[in-house]
Ligand binder design. Structure first.
Ligand code: UDP
Length: 343
């Protein structure tokens, strides 16, 4: 059985990927420091798959602990590296923490891979590397624009570190550029667990509908889009998770065409904020309380992915539609409320 290290495996995308890996016959070991996730995720993964993944709690930005981990785990077949700070706004307040954590942990992992003669790493990247693209849909060849936040900059820098490492070390890397991952596992046992007030649209919608927030603020309706609100490529987290299983299989089975490959993970369709709200209202049967406010600083107007390269090369395609994404997000929010009610 191939053993895969999943860093950040108790997080939102990480936990869904662990489930898919286990269901495809991989053995998983998770490393996570739990600063932005909960240990109970391990039991909930086990409820879905019947297998509780191995787990170690430590900070991958700590060089000694990471080196020790790799010295004890020389039998790994690959790494999927999710562990990182991910809040754009917070990164503006704490740039050094973002650089130290996101860059430091990748460097420590790459050192560890040398120790173990381990060659394969899948990296969590983001469509933020494109900024506001000049052409839509945006392809993987689009130029990388100057970053708008330290968070986005760490994704750009990590991709560069991987590119140069893959050019001169025995390392192969696949960077997956996520568009807007939303939704939750159909079991409603795992999903997104935002700490405090959510920054992202969909958890804000579901928290408003359940009564945790009073009203959703729609940031701007004067964009150059059909209804004036900003447009994004929303993709179901389970579709994203499945792409990681395909990527790690491509590496392990030596099907990569270059030492570093980059793929967009999106659906290819843009939805406006109002269209997302309409989808939520359709599937929940509720009326959402929202109001239009000013644009949020730093937001781009519109972005959606060209999916041709990922579809053709990975043989992967996002399957779930917007209503399915919103149905699962709503089911998850209600399950969270039920669990809280039982406590
Ligand atoms: N958005 C909004 N109200 C919110 C949160 C987000 O109108 O409370 C909008 C935001 O301006 C953007 C879209 O929803 O156009 C997606 O934002 P999100 O933060 O989820 O993802 P981003 O694309 O910024 O990474």
């Amino acid at each position: 059985m191939k053993r895969i290290l999943v860093t950040g495996g108790t997080g939102f995308i990480g936990s869904h990927t662990v489930v898919e890996l286990q269901q495809h016959g991989y053995e998983v070991i998770i490393v996570d420091n739990l600063v932005n996730s909960s240990i109970e995720v391990l039991d909930n993964i086990a409820k879905i798959t019947g297998i509780k993944p191995s787990f170690e709690q430590f900070d991958l930005a700590d060089p000694a602990k990471t080196a020790d981990f790799f010295n004890r785990n020389k039998d790994l077949s690959g790494i999927i590296h999710f562990a990182a700070y991910k809040a754009v706004g917070e990164s503006m307040q704490k740039p050094l923490e973002y650089y130290r954590n996101n860059i430091g942990s990748l460097l420590n992992i790459l050192e560890g891979m040398k120790t173990c003669a381990l060659g394969d790493i899948v990296f969590s990247s983001s469509c933020t590397v494109y900024g506001q693209p000049d052409e839509l849909p945006v392809t993987e060849q689009a130029p990388i624009k100057p970053a708008w936040s330290p968070y986005g900059n760490t994704k750009q820098m990590c991709e560069e570190i991987l590119r140069f490492s893959a050019a001169s070390l025995p390392i192969k890397a696949i960077a997956l550029r996520y568009f807007n991952p939303i939704g939750a596992h159909e079991s409603a046992l795992i999903g997104e667990l935002p700490l405090g007030i959510p920054n992202n649209l969909v958890p804000y919608i579901t928290q408003t509908a359940i009564g945790l927030r009073q009203s959703l603020h729609v940031f701007g309706n004067d964009y150059d889009t059909p209804d004036g609100t900003a447009m994004r490529d929303y993709i179901h987290v389970v579709d994203i998770a499945r792409a990681h299983v395909v990527a790690i299989g491509r590496m392990i089975n030596k099907r990569m065409k270059h030492n570093m490959e980059i793929f967009n993970l999106g659906t290819g369709h843009g939805f406006s904020v109002l269209e997302v709200i309409q989808s939520f209202e359709r599937v929940s049967g509720l009326k959402l309380n929202y109001k239009i406010v000013d644009r949020r600083p730093g937001d781009i107007e519109k972005v959606w992915a060209s999916t041709d390269f990922a579809n053709k090369e990975l043989g992967w395609k996002a399957e779930k539609k917007i209503d399915e994404m919103m149905t699962s997000a709503w089911k998850w929010e209600k399950a969270l409320a039920d669990r809280k009610g039982q406590q």
